[in-house]
Design a protein around this ligand. Structure first.
Ligand SMILES: CC(=O)SCCNC(=O)CCNC(=O)[C@H](O)C(C)(C)COP(=O)(O)OP(=O)(O)OC[C@H]1O[C@@H](n2cnc3c(N)ncnc32)[C@H](O)[C@@H]1OP(=O)(O)O
Ligand SMILES: CC(C)C(=O)C(=O)O
Length: 557
């Protein structure tokens, strides 16, 4: 615990960027950036147990499948595991022609040399050199002046140039990161980048990648966007550089910083799937990509089977994807609470009715089906749920579309059980309560044994059949305007059970020749009680007879 009375005195607010005419706030992102996955490098170096070759290969294949065209595959000078994996990948011929692999190295001669050797023979690749440029790192890590730090960058660039010449069969691309860019003086970052460009002489046809990292996220994302816009506006030969973003998530705004950075003029985003990476992670490529998607911009990344992506990422990283992680988390398309469930259920119905391709369902910013998720888990039931919730579950599970007032009637039984169990209710729990409340399995007082329906010359209907009463069969009949009223009349005449039908509905259960029917009836008894009946049968007329008898059974309780 801090000994200071006010520990916040240890910290200082981050200074603003002098950019009063900033343009980025009024821009929008209209196309996908270039993406680079650094899962196999920044992601890997932050793992408790870094990946071995088997996991790295599996992750690489996933990244290719998702559509990544630039993949940082490691830090070759880190050791044999990294070097050998990279060499084997190059030698295997498994790097698709349209995929650029990238490796990272400190700006040190021996490490740069090793990095090129790891890639010898590859058709094309990016070699990425970095050195930290901000004051704290200059003072604490390197103990160097600005000019010495710039010399490290210049020397790294020369090494890139000279090592590339050793392997002329490869199309080399260069990336330079003024590491800790977001906490450095902008004029000094520009100075280092310009010095590197002076050595490498990029052109618009063969540009250099200048990657501007928020190595440690230290300010609100608008400050990062200002830094990016400032950098882009003040870099000579801007058209000979691809401006790349590499944000971390220390303040929880790594994704926002990347998005605002794109608005500020950047061309490329580095990150990891589900935001793995040092400390709080890198910016999450799934989130930035799907955020674009939900704005109608094709991210050119394929997350249509998000569960497969999660499975592989969790296996390779040995880290779980948080259940609330945007787009991918297990719970992100699930509503437990009543008002959300109600709105989602209505939203699905309205969407179906509108039959237009534009997605507009309350509380669901994206169609789960676009990510390969089903609608079943969209609504789950616990004590926070409402009638819309369990009605959805029962419809998805059993196909029953309960009438609105019946939902309200059933609701208190579900609520009671949820409170009593103190846990989520699964579809089976809800179906059990339903069968119990509407007596679907129990021996009935009135039981339908056999019936037929006749039409009399005056147009009225006659119900005639056998009903089991307390175990004994009784022949009965009654007349009405239709089937329902004739069975109601039968109940009155034969058993003195008076029911006034207030509401009736029916629907098919399932489709095709196997379809059954469900019928629901709401009745008022002679003593003013409201009772519900449910009937399910292969035949719709029989389902309605069963529903009325079910209501009679409720009335006789
Ligand atoms: C922000 C980032 O994520 S950067 C990427 C970080 N990733 C990794 O570090 C993973 C792989 N790294 C490694 O395996 C090891 O660090 C190695 C093999 C690269 C180097 O190991 P070592 O030679 O033992 O050095 P060590 O890791 O302690 O690095 C510190 C030295 O490198 C220097 N250094 C650090 N970064 C750089 C750089 N970008 N350019 C030049 N020198 C650098 C430091 O000043 C320090 O020098 P000193 O020993 O003279 O004080
Ligand atoms: C090497 C650089 C790009 C980095 O990983 C960082 O600054 O976070």
């Amino acid at each position: 615990m801090s000994m200071l009375k006010d520990p916040s005195v240890k910290y200082r607010p981050f200074p603003q960027v002098p950019l009063p005419d900033r343009q980025w706030p009024s821009r929008t992102i209209t196309k996908a950036p270039r993406w680079l996955s650094t899962d196999l490098r920044d992601g890997n170096q932050s793992l408790i147990d870094p990946m071995g070759a088997e996991k790295k290969n599996r992750f690489f294949d996933l990244l290719v499948k998702v559509g990544l065209k630039e993949i940082e595959i490691g830090f070759p000078a880190a050791g044999a595991t990294e070097f050998d994996f990279i060499r084997a990948l190059v030698d295997s011929g498994r790097i698709p022609e349209d995929v650029l692999v990238q490796v990272l190295t400190q700006s040190r001669d021996d490490l740069i040399k090793t990095s090129f050797e790891s890639l010898a023979g590859v058709h094309a690749a990016i070699v990425h050199v970095y050195n930290a440029v901000s004051p704290l790192w200059r003072q604490v890590v390197f103990g160097m002046e600005r000019s010495q730090i710039k010399d490290i960058a210049i020397n790294g660039a020369k090494q890139l140039r000279d090592n590339a010449a050793r392997f002329p069969q490869t199309k080399w691309h260069f990336e330079y990161s003024p590491e800790t860019f977001s906490t450095a003086e902008l004029d000094f970052s520009l100075e280092c980048c310009e010095a590197v460009m002076d050595v490498l002489r990029p052109t618009p046809e063969h540009p250099i990648i200048l990657n501007l990292p928020a190595t440690v996220e230290a300010a609100t994302p608008n400050v990062y966007a200002d830094q990016i816009e400032y950098f882009c506006r003040n870099l000579p030969n801007r058209d000979s550089a691809v401006i790349s973003l590499h944000t971390h998530n220390d303040r929880g705004t790594g994704v926002a910083a990347a998005e605002l950075g794109l608005m500020a003029g950047a061309d490329r985003v580095e990150g990891c799937l589900f935001g793995n990476g040092e400390r709080t992670g890198n910016c999450c490529l799934v989130t930035v990509g799907l955020n674009l998607y939900t704005q109608g911009v094709d991210p050119e990344l394929d997350f249509s089977d998000i569960d497969e992506v999660i499975q592989t990422v969790e296996y390779c990283n040995q880290l779980p994807v948080h259940p609330r992680h945007p787009y991918g988390g297990d719970l992100v398309f699930t509503a437990f609470s009543g008002s959300h469930q109600d709105a989602i259920k209505k939203g699905f119905a309205a969407q179906e009715q509108r039959n237009d391709p534009l997605w507009a369902v309350p509380y669901l910013p994206i169609d789960p089906a676009d990510l390969g998720r089903s609608y079943e888990a969209v609504i789950r039931v616990n004590s926070q749920s409402g009638k819309g919730g369990f009605a959805w579950v029962i419809e998805q599970d059993q196909g029953l579309k309960l009438p609105k007032r019946m939902q309200a009637h059933f609701s208190r039984h579900v609520q009671e059980l949820a409170d009593q169990l103190g846990r989520e209710l699964h579809a089976g729990d809800i179906w059990d309560v339903f069968r119990k409340v509407y007596r679907l399995d129990e021996p009935q007082h009135f039981q339908l044994l056999d019936y037929h329906e006749m039409r009399s010359p005056d147009g009225s209907r006659i119900f005639a059949g056998k009903i089991g009463v307390g175990g004994k069969a009784q022949s009965v009949s009654g007349r009405g305007n239709g089937l329902i009223s004739s069975i109601v009349a039968t109940l009155k005449e034969s058993f003195d059970v008076a029911l006034e039908v207030r509401d009736y509905s029916e629907h098919a259960l399932g489709k095709g020749s196997d379809a059954r029917a469900a019928a629901y009836v709401e009745c008022v008894t002679a003593d003013g009680r409201t009772v519900w009946g449910v009937g399910i049968d292969e035949d719709v007329a029989t389902a309605s007879v069963r529903a009325v008898l079910s209501a009679a059974n409720a009335a006789s309780l």
